[in-house]
Design a protein around this ligand. Structure first.
Ligand SMILES: Cc1cc2nc3c(=O)[nH]c(=O)nc-3n(C[C@H](O)[C@H](O)[C@H](O)COP(=O)(O)OP(=O)(O)OC[C@H]3O[C@@H](n4cnc5c(N)ncnc54)[C@H](O)[C@@H]3O)c2cc1C
Length: 454
């Protein structure tokens, strides 16, 4: 590759949202991107960022997440057209068991200036939803959190816009360059090996998404980390760590740094019915419930509950795109070839049944239409951390990892905080994402959601 340097002060692995956003913001912090190269083994957006559903929401129970999302939404709002951002809002409609979570989330959103409303009680929730979707069912939905910010974004537009911003600051992005190994000297990264030759570097940053576990191994780090046991005293984020152990491991267990999950998603459409509202483009809807989920095809109980779906306008501009609760795969999974072309990465017909059953539960317009759906099932593989929250930290003194635990198409602002952390040090908004939290027993608040990522 003609222009590939043999040396670069900063090397970023990954042309997804995190690699590109970090490279861009690092260039802003440094005043120039001339010392930064991004290496992408395939093409930008070839990983999870390119196939994500594109939902942008702040429906998170853990306070550090809310702050990162706020920064990210601000970035989307600077250039909605460039990012392909549709600020249509996001609605979480949930049963009684999650009502208090919604109240707490809305309170925190208000504190950080993120606009949202919470509605409580089945009747009020139904009225709220029917003002938008007149055919909303709503039985047993006891809380609605309506985020007035957020919505969804066209994923490749977002990726391309981040690449454009990075290049505008002088960052060089090399596609088709794969990091195949990392040369370590005295516990420090000395150079990266690539299919196009070695590149010496002072600082390596990895935004490798589902491949984060591979980079972790290339850094010579153990595949499992020590995690304070849940049945021992732990402390929530913000409190001083307190782990009581006998020093011989009894207070800890080991967990894989990465566990793979299959995200279940797809595009579905009918010839004559759309996800229209009384007023404007449909907001993203996230629906969780505890009642049994009944197939709209044959009345069979698909899931005794809890279950959940999320949906928005289809990626073709019509129909419905969305997903459901993901499936845990384990600490090993073949990622290649990555994406919708790999039958092991995409969902099957059973997910169509699940998703359209959820839609039929929610909206009268979709009920009894099961035989008529056109389907484009997809989904993809995500790499999750031991507590399903991002790890954003130094893995070695000159190797920085952004492992977003599959939270992060929407987290395009994370790179801003990472760049500040790298250049200035001690970015407190990342405190909740440090690796040391595992051993220290510092926990993220857990919600009652059926998903691993709330
Ligand atoms: C099906 C699906 C739906 C999702 N939906 C949403 C959603 O609606 N909203 C949301 O916020 N998040 C969503 N996510 C999560 C989100 O997509 C990811 O968290 C985020 O895109 C990860 O970004 P990244 O930059 O870390 O990784 P990626 O986008 O995967 O980028 C990593 C890049 O690194 C490259 N790479 C890997 N190894 C090497 C190497 N050795 N050398 C060079 N390059 C390398 C890859 O080719 C890839 O392009 C979804 C994820 C999936 C899988």
């Amino acid at each position: 590759m003609p222009d590939l340097p043999s040396k670069s002060k900063y090397v970023v692995i990954g042309g997804g949202v995190h690699g590109l956003s970090t490279a861009y913001h690092l260039a802003l912090e440094l005043g120039s991107g001339e010392d930064i190269v991004v290496l992408e083994k395939s093409h930008i957006g070839a990983g999870a960022s390119g196939i994500a559903c594109g939902v942008v929401r702040n429906f998170y129970f853990s306070p550090p997440m809310a702050e990162v999302i706020r920064v990210s939404v601000e970035l989307f709002e600077t250039d909605p057209e460039g990012f392909g951002y549709h600020p249509v809002g996001y609605i979480a409609a949930v049963p009684e068991v999650q009502a208090e979570d919604c109240v707490a989330i809305q309170k925190r959103q208000a504190e950080i200036g993120y606009r949202s409303d919470v509605v409580l009680g089945e009747q009020a929730c139904t009225e709220h939803m029917r003002a938008i979707f007149p055919d909303w069912n709503g039985a047993g939905i006891e809380a609605v959190l309506h985020e007035r910010q957020g919505g969804w974004a066209e994923t490749m537009k977002t990726v391309e816009n981040l690449a454009r911003l990075a290049r505008s600051q002088g960052v060089r992005i090399f596609e088709g360059v794969e990091v195949t190994g990392i040369d370590l000297h005295d516990g420090l990264v000395h150079s990266v090996e690539t299919n196009e030759g070695p590149i010496e570097t002072e600082l390596l940053i990895a935004g490798a998404g589902p491949w984060s576990g591979h980079v972790w191994r290339m850094l010579g780090l153990p595949p499992e980390v020590k995690v304070a046991r849940k049945d021992r005293p732990t402390s929530p984020i913000g409190a001083a760590p307190r782990i009581e152990g006998d020093g011989n491991g009894a207070a800890y267990e080991t967990k894989p740094i990465v566990t793979y999950w299959k995200l279940q998603e797809g595009d579905y459409w009918l010839d004559d019915v759309e996800l229209t509202t009384t007023n404007g483009e449909a907001p993203v809807v996230h629906l969780d419930h505890v009642v049994p989920l009944v197939s709209d095809r044959d009345g069979r109980v698909i899931d005794e509950g809890p279950w959940g779906i999320y949906y928005k306008i289809g990626k073709r501009g019509y129909g419905v795109q969305g997903g459901g609760v993901p499936i845990k795969l384990g600490p090993e999974f073949e990622l290649e070839p990555y994406g919708h072309g790999n039958p092991d990465h995409v969902v099957g017909d059973e997910f169509t049944d699940y998703f359209t059953a959820g839609l039929a539960w929610a909206h009268g317009r979709f009920r009894g239409r099961s035989g008529e759906w056109h389907t484009d099932p997809h989904g993809g593989i995500g790499a999750f951390t031991p507590d399903n929250y991002p790890v954003v930290d130094w893995a070695l003194p000159n190797a920085y990892m952004v492992m977003d635990s599959n939270h992060g198409f929407k987290m395009i602002g994370m790179g801003k905080l990472v760049a500040r952390d790298i250049v200035g040090g001690g970015e407190s908004r990342l405190d909740g994402f440090r690796l040391s939290r595992y051993e220290q027993g510092v926990t993220h608040a857990a919600s009652h959601s059926p998903y691993p990522w709330n």
